[in-house]
Structures are given as structure tokens and as C-alpha cells.
Design a protein around this ligand. Structure first.
Ligand SMILES: [Mg+2]
Length: 403
């Protein structure tokens, strides 16, 4: 049985926002890869992995559950986005190794496929309603059945021009977020879209946690006539108890969880059936081992999975999600993510996205590899040395909108 001999990290994408873990074994040529990307904390995650590595050197690579429990409790304190990401990267690599040893794709080890391919939803956007409609139609023509609809960036539809309602001492700001503008414009957006494209396409919307909780409840209720596939990130993780109010007042399906890193966040929402789709990012939820358990929990409570992807994710994390999606009966839908040709080129075997479906392959393990020379060549050291921060939205009085 292979033993772990080294754990390495490979930082790539031009700005170095992707971290790929490589676990090596004592069997020649047998290794696994996993995703430990964190858009804002690449070097912090790399340090965490380097700190954890000595714990696992010499251990059986195939004891995935036991290794997971060891890493989870190694520092006494646990959960949190950095440690979970480090743990997930290692965990995915161990599943990759296990699959290669068995000569089977990971989804086969997880129980085998429960579906032919993975339904994916597209991201449509536009700065005005006509632009958005064009983008929705473009995805419909490509074959997408589920389409997320946004007016510009997150919070779009809720922005007032800079200067509106600002106090005299306020610095100039380009735009200001206003709950009431959002409550007016987003239902109008869906009224427009349903009028133009009908009720056949399944539509979703991401609030990106912009609203005050009572307004979040109001929005879910106002959107009820437009029959959304789901409404995403209606509330921030600090305000999840408000989902009880949402549930009592409307039937708009709810998707939540991309910021979750702790079982105490997803457990009550699933076991009280307060959401319909759980959206933990596989690499933030502790990898395949832990997300498989979340998927199983969902099954018993009638909740579905919609693992988070999105622009800053890497193709390895996407592939890990695809294996879970294929093998899980509680799968609902997968967020799409596509990459530049030179980025796909780093990852032989990447999941193929076509006509609104994602496809894995029949290769053993995760079925995806990394070309390290190309990964190194793509990294721009100057961009990688820069700090990156989440864009801040503020209200007219200057206070920050917590996403
Ligand atoms: Mg979201």
C-alpha cells in the first residue's frame, strides 16, 4: 500500500490565485492532486499545508478517512476557511491516489454514477434589461436549462449613482447600495425576463448577501410569482436564522452556503429543511470526504447540492465537484465555471463543459492532472506578489455592506 512521501504545492494562474496540492507516494509515478485555492490568501494556505505535511509523511495514502480526521484535529482548533482549504487539497489528492490504485474514476469509488452527466447553470448578466435578455437567450441557444440572471456586478439593481443621499463629509464614491432600489429593480428584472423568455428556462438569482435580513425576506416573497429555480445567498452566514421567516412566508427555493466552513452552519439549514440547495465550495468544506457526508445528509432531508464554483475556482476543484455530483443522488445542479484556453492547457483531463452539462472522463482517480512546467510559466510573479481584497460596497451614509 502506498505511503505518503511528500506534499507539495503549485501556485499558478497569472496572478497566483490557484494553489494545487500534489501528494507524492513511495510508489514510482503514483501521486494525486487536489485544489487548495483561496483567491485572497494563497500564501497563507500554502503555509498551512507546509505546517500540516510532516503529520502525514510516512502514513498510508489510502487511509483517507483516518488521515482526514487527523488533519481535522491536528491543531486542536478546527474549521475555518484556511485550514479547511488546506485539508481539502490534501483530501482530494488522496482520493485521486485511491482511484489510480483501484484503476477507477473517483465517482466509481463513491458508489458509481447516478446520472449520465452533470447539469450545470450558466451566469448571464447585463448592465440593462435588454443586454441581460440577450445574454439569457445566448445561453438558451447553447443548451443551458438553468441560467443565473444578474444586472451587472453583485448587488446590481441596487446601486444609486455616487452622491445620492451622501452626507456632506463623505468622500466621492462611484455607486451606493440601497436595499429599496434592489427590492424595486430585481422583481422588475424577473417580470421583464418572464415576459420576454417565458417560464421554460429555469432562472436563478444571486443576492450575494447584500440585503438587510427583513428586506431579504421581502425579496424572496416578491420574487415568488416568477418561479425561480432558486434564490442564492439571500442572507449572510451570520443571519441564517432568518431562513425560518423566509420559509414561513413564501415558496421561493433557497440556495445557500458558499461562505460556510463549519458544520454548525449547514447542519440546521439542512436538518430543518430551511434551504433547498446547499452551496458549500468543495475545497472550503473539507474536500470530497466531508462534502460526501454533506451530500448524504441532504439526501435524508430532501435538500439538494449545488456545490459552489465561480470565477476564482480552479479546474481541479471543479473536477472534485463533478465526481461528487455524478455519484450523489442528492445532486441538484452544478455552478458552471469556464477557463481561458491557456488555463485549460495546464490541466489535461479537465471536465468538459458543453451544452449546459459537465462531463468527467473514464481515467482513474480524478481524471485531471497538472502540467507543472506550464503552470510555472503562466504565473506572473509581479501579479502574484500583489495583495487582493474583496470589492467593498457601501450605503449612502458610508457604512459597508457585508456580503
Ligand atoms: Mg453566490
Amino acid at each position: 500500500m502506498p505511503k505518503i512521501t511528500a506534499i507539495q504545492t503549485i501556485r499558478t494562474r497569472a496572478a497566483g490565485r490557484w494553489v494545487i496540492v500534489k501528494v507524492l507516494t513511495d510508489q514510482p509515478g503514483l501521486y494525486g492532486i487536489g485544489s487548495a485555492s483561496d483567491h485572497y490568501h494563497s500564501s497563507t494556505v500554502i503555509t498551512a499545508i507546509e505546517t500540516i505535511a510532516p503529520l502525514l509523511i510516512g502514513r498510508e495514502a489510502g487511509h483517507i478517512e483516518d488521515n482526514w480526521q487527523s488533519v481535522y484535529t491536528h491543531g486542536y482548533w478546527r474549521n475555518g476557511s484556511i485550514l479547511n482549504t488546506a485539508l481539502a487539497g490534501i483530501d482530494m489528492a488522496l482520493w485521486d491516489i485511491k482511484g489510480k490504485e483501484a484503476g477507477m474514476p473517483v465517482y466509481q469509488l463513491l458508489g458509481g454514477p447516478t446520472r449520465d452527466a452533470v447539469l450545470a447553470y450558466a451566469h448571464a448578466g447585463g448592465n440593462d434589461l435588454a443586454e441581460l435578455e440577450d445574454d439569457v437567450r445566448r445561453y438558451m441557444e447553447e443548451g443551458y436549462q438553468v441560467i443565473r440572471c444578474q444586472l451587472g456586478n453583485y448587488g446590481g439593481g441596487g446601486f444609486l449613482p455616487g452622491g445620492t443621499g451622501q452626507p456632506q463629509n463623505a468622500p466621492p464614491r462611484e455607486r451606493l447600495f440601497d436595499d429599496e432600489a434592489y427590492l424595486k429593480n430585481i422583481p422588475e428584472m424577473f417580470a421583464y425576463l418572464r415576459d420576454k423568455v417565458g417560464f421554460d428556462p429555469k432562472l436563478t438569482h444571486d443576492v450575494h448577501e447584500h440585503l438587510r435580513p427583513h428586506n431579504a425576506v421581502a425579496l424572496a416573497k416578491l420574487l415568488e410569482p416568477y418561479r425561480l429555480f432558486f434564490l442564492e445567498d439571500l442572507l449572510s452566514p451570520e443571519q441564517i436564522h432568518w431562513y425560518r421567516q423566509v420559509r414561513q412566508q413564501c415558496v421561493t427555493p433557497q440556495a445557500m452556503g458558499e461562505l460556510f466552513v463549519n458544520p454548525h452552519e449547514w447542519m440546521p439549514l439542512i436538518t430543518e429543511r430551511l434551504i433547498d440547495y446547499v452551496r458549500v465550495r468543495v475545497s472550503k468544506g473539507g474536500g470530497i470526504t466531508n462534502c460526501r457526508k454533506i451530500a448524504t445528509l441532504c439526501e435524508w432531508f430532501g435538500v439538494h447540492t449545488a456545490w459552489q464554483e465561480g470565477g476564482d475556482n480552479d479546474p481541479v476543484n471543479q473536477m472534485a465537484a463533478v465526481h461528487l455530483d455524478l455519484a450523489s443522488t442528492s445532486f441538484g445542479v452544478q455552478e458552471e465555471n469556464h477557463f481561458r484556453p491557456e488555463e485549460y492547457d495546464l490541466f489535461p483531463g479537465y471536465a468538459r463543459l458543453e451544452g449546459g452539462y459537465l462531463y468527467a472522463n473514464e481515467q482513474p482517480g480524478l481524471g485531471i492532472d497538472i502540467d507543472e512546467a506550464k503552470a510555472r510559466a503562466l504565473l506572473n510573479p509581479e501579479l502574484a506578489a500583489r495583495a487582493y481584497f474583496m470589492a467593498e460596497d457601501r450605503r449612502p451614509d458610508g457604512s459597508i455592506v457585508r456580503p
